[in-house]
Design a protein around this ligand. Structure first.
Ligand code: 3BY
Ligand code: FE
Length: 411
């Protein structure tokens, strides 16, 4: 990791080996803040989702006071996995082994007959750090989670808050199992170099000029760039009227909680990720007065990206399942009062990203297969791929930070 050549993708073992996979779980997924779910995925008390990260399993549950909690999915009796389903609803969390029963807050309520002196309060579920930011649930498995998260939350909240995610519901959710290392999936997401050739549906609305410096735009993309400039001007007027921050913040590396956020114009009608760019849901989010608000896009290290539009939001999160397998979860959120079949049609809402994700999965699988050849040597990132360099820099920083911490613990 100390010999990484800047500006180049990583050496093969980072993408292929079991050793780096295990290290990635410890140094990245168990050490940094991870996007886990939208709060709308657990709308009622007792609603839960479970997220498995390496050998960890975490329950994210809304408690009786409507607070979102996160607990290790491990019984305090003899360690059995408590909830096996990926999502559902419970009154209490009951272990199916010996029926130890925990409240959604994680308190042990009953444990059958125990020895005299048994103190229930000593056997609450072990909690996991959790923060809800403008309706997005982040967790961190570390004992000392990165402290810069609070500052990031404060800076991104004003961008996301106007989309009122606390008043949304899940309209659709799709899990895709990709045959590629999680870093290849992340790298693929962080560039649009491949969009022009690879994403016919996405590029109806997502400008393929993404990542180009204005004076480097190839001739064939000039008409699209002109449309982008015109759409940006309309977006500026609409954003100002709706008091929406638009300015790019890009701090993807050099800090534990790397992120990027900006509002940018969409092509076509400029409203949403549909084939003509028109809104997919008739009920706009929050108090927004027009659907023509482009995309508020956020990238968070290590595992998520988001697009918030006037009419809906879509969240994407990945979890590594092995060195060569990654789960990508896409979740579409619409206004809680929007009625399916009346205000929105699920297929119209989801088509662009369902197709785009499938196309990306095929590209990432090809990348993984190619890198598996002994002939692979890392190649250079193009100028439009600068966010990949940021991603790799951030990743190596995390591995080094983890190594330094492990060295201190061992000393
Ligand atoms: O999802 C994103 O953030 C976009 C889509 C295409 C490339 N990427 C930057
Ligand atoms: Fe793509």
């Amino acid at each position: 990791m100390d010999e990484r050549r800047p500006g180049y993708c990583l050496e093969a073992p980072f993408y292929l080996s079991d050793e780096f996979y295990r290290r990635d779980i410890d140094a990245v997924f168990a050490a940094t803040w991870i996007f886990a779910a939208a709060a709308a995925e657990v709308p009622e008390p007792g609603d839960f989702v479970t997220i498995d990260i390496g050998d960890y399993s975490v329950i994210i549950i809304r408690d009786d006071d409507e607070e979102i909690r996160a607990h290790h999915n491990v019984c305090r009796h003899r360690g059995a996995r408590l909830l096996s389903e990926t999502n559902g609803s419970v009154g209490n969390i009951v272990c199916s082994y010996h029926q130890w029963t925990y409240s959604p807050e994680g308190d042990l309520m009953s444990a059958g007959v125990q020895a005299p002196g048994f103190d229930r309060t000593c056997f609450s579920l072990r909690s996991v750090n959790v923060r809800v930011v403008a309706g997005l649930v982040f967790i961190c498995l570390a004992h000392n989670p990165p402290e810069d998260f609070a500052e990031v939350a404060q800076r991104i909240s004003p961008y996301i808050q106007p989309h009122a995610l606390n008043k949304t519901k899940v309209a659709a959710q799709v899990d895709l199992i990709e045959h590629a290392n999680w870093k290849l999936v992340m790298e693929n997401n962080r560039e649009c170099y491949h969009c022009e050739a690879g994403h016919p549906e996405l590029t109806c609305t997502f400008f393929p000029t993404y990542g180009y410096a204005p004076d480097e735009i190839p001739k064939r993309l000039k008409p699209a760039y002109q449309r982008y400039l015109d759409a940006e001007e309309r977006l500026r007027v609409n954003s100002e009227r709706n008091n929406l921050p638009t300015q790019l913040i890009a701090e993807l590396s050099g800090r534990a909680t790397g992120f990027r956020i900006e509002r940018a114009a969409l092509d076509g009608k400029g409203e949403s990720y549909t084939m003509d760019g028109g809104a997919a849901s008739a009920k706009l989010l929050g108090e927004l007065d027009t659907p023509e608000l482009g995309r508020l896009s956020m990238h968070t290290q290590p595992n998520a990206w988001f697009h918030f539009m006037g009419d809906h939001a879509v969240t994407f999160s990945l979890i590594p399942l092995g060195p060569d397998t990654t789960r990508v979860r896409s979740t579409w959120l619409v206004h809680e009062d929007a009625v399916e079949g009346v205000d929105y049609d699920v297929e119209n809402l989801t088509t662009v990203w369902v197709k785009t994700n499938e196309q990306d999965a095929a590209l990432c699988a090809k990348a993984h297969r190619g890198i598996s050849s002994p002939a692979y040597v890392p190649g250079p990132y193009a100028p439009t791929e600068s966010d990949l360099e940021e991603f790799c820099t951030w990743y190596i920083e995390r591995l080094q930070a983890h190594r330094a911490q492990t060295d201190v613990q061992q000393a």
